[in-house]
Design a protein around this ligand. Structure first.
Ligand SMILES: [Zn+2]
Length: 288
């Protein structure tokens, strides 16, 4: 049920990149939320809005994965059995980043079947296999004029893979929410770690978001990635005790400061009810 509209005269408000394989063949802990969240968009009537475009994800190139990851890393991912779904997930992010970065959409939201922020140059864990955002950054630098990228990672787990690959990059700002005790310390030129208590509530989280947006505004990026994990919800598996309404508040805050050139990348989260509400709310904010 994916419709594709390629020739659009003006940018759409939000491009949603999706593939049914994310729900069918995604990583077991993550895949159950995918189809319900996409169906929610239909139930809310969002897919019928003029400003919303749905595109079907296509796999990223093997060569692009090889530019970001070591040979031994790729051998390990292939042996895991999740290489194909990881490549399709990275392809979703490359597509969504291109749409928002090159101005065909104001924003994009990329569904995935496997996450990316724990995939470093030479190692992976935590439901992550290929670093989708690092692959999109590499792709866009090769194929477009986009050079500077800001990343705001609100998944409550420390984005160690992204920090490993993009932390030392002078033209990347990496803002990383986490629940304390990071696995690696923030070093490098433009890295900001926002540590919140394990039981951080909506108010505390949104204060951190203000800090993150201030850093991004000062950085003057060409494209902003939001690594969007709803495992921060009190009913999901990660740290933080966020409530139902916080993701809409978050998306509104981001949109106020950055009304365009924003690419949301789905990250952690397993609970289907939370996913419906959180993802539905974010795309609703972007669509209107
Ligand atoms: Zn997470």
């Amino acid at each position: 049920m994916v419709r594709e509209m390629i020739d659009s005269p003006s940018p759409c408000k939000v491009t949603v990149v999706y593939h049914q394989d994310f729900g069918a063949h995604g990583y077991p802990a993550l895949k159950g939320r995918v189809a319900p969240a996409f169906e929610e968009l239909g139930s809310r009537g969002l897919l019928d809005l003029e400003g919303v475009r749905v595109m079907e994800a296509t796999p990223a190139d093997d060569d692009l994965a090889a530019e970001v990851h070591s040979e031994s890393h790729l051998r390990g991912v292939k042996a895991s059995g999740y290489y194909d779904i990881a490549l399709l997930s990275a392809g979703s992010v490359v597509m969504g980043a291109s749409e928002a970065g090159e101005g065909r959409a104001l924003s994009s939201f990329c569904f995935v079947g496997a996450a990316g922020h724990h995939a470093s140059h030479d190692g992976f864990w935590g439901f992550c296999f290929l670093n989708d955002v690092a692959m999109a950054v590499t792709h866009l630098r090769e194929r477009s004029d986009l050079r500077r990228f800001a990343i705001i990672d609100i998944d409550p787990h420390f984005g160690d893979g992204t920090r490993d690959i993009l932390g030392p990059d002078a033209e990347v700002l990496h803002v990383n929410f986490h629940s304390g005790h990071p696995m690696i310390k923030g070093e490098g030129l433009h890295n900001l770690d926002i540590a919140l208590p394990h039981n951080a509530d909506d108010r505390r989280f949104l204060e951190g978001v203000g800090e993150a947006l201030e850093a991004a505004r000062a950085f003057e990026h060409d494209l902003l990635f939001v690594i969007f994990g709803h495992d921060s919800h009190r009913d999901d598996y990660g740290a933080f005790e966020l409530g139902d309404g916080v993701y809409a508040s978050f998306a509104r805050k981001v949109k106020e400061v950055f009304p365009e050139r924003v690419c949301y990348v789905l990250s952690g989260g397993a609970d289907a009810r939370v996913a419906r509400r959180a993802i539905g709310d974010v795309i609703e904010v972007l669509a209107r």
